[in-house]
Design a protein around this ligand. Structure first.
Ligand code: PNS
Length: 168
């Protein structure tokens, strides 16, 4: 069976933790679609959806990973149906992710009109507590980012801080 997997998220911005999940997924599935959530409920992101997509595409090119990057809005299950995907990938970090992921998976399967399986990949030990939010906090306080973000992504973050339009 052809395995088409969706890896959704906000990716504001993509971290080395995300990248690790994408790399490992690309060895498991035939096609990966990275689904970038368009801002909703005026939820503030540092980067526009276009910028987040650009950063991911740039990173994939540098890392030589084949995956499609697409914006999505609305329910994830509807996007999965539209894409005719049969796998949903989620990265699982510390125990604190578990409650949300369980709820997310159960409601997704309740809402789904098509068949897909949710596959959890445990985060690499190095990235167990890594998140885009913590990275942004480190960044605005001039902390070292090389362990958490790729060099091209760091440039985007530094530029955003320099321009001062990062919602702070
Ligand atoms: O980067 P995140 O916060 O892990 O991404 C969460 C995301 C985008 C996967 C999730 O919020 C999502 O799929 N939102 C779309 C709306 C939806 O389908 N929600 C689930 C209903 S149960």
């Amino acid at each position: 069976m052809y395995k088409k997997a969706i890896y959704p998220g906000s990716f504001d911005p993509i971290t080395k933790g995300h990248l690790d999940i994408i790399k490992r997924s690309s060895k498991l599935f035939d096609k990966i679609v990275i689904a970038v959530l368009v801002n909703y409920n005026k939820k503030n992101t540092w980067f526009t959806v276009e910028e987040r997509i650009k950063i991911i595409q740039e990173t994939l090119l540098i890392e030589n990973i084949e995956a499609e990057v697409v914006a999505f809005s609305g329910l994830l299950v509807d996007f999965i149906e539209e894409q005719e995907a049969n796998i949903l990938i989620r990265g699982l970090r510390a125990v604190s992710d578990y409650e949300y992921e369980l709820q997310f998976t159960l409601f997704n399967s309740e809402l789904a009109k098509t068949n897909f399986e949710t596959i959890f990949l445990t985060a690499n030990r190095k990235y167990l507590y890594l998140s885009s939010s913590i990275v942004k906090e480190i960044a605005i306080n001039n902390g070292e980012l090389t362990n958490f973000l790729t060099d091209n992504t760091i440039k985007w973050v530094e530029e955003k801080i320099k321009r001062g339009n990062n919602g702070n």
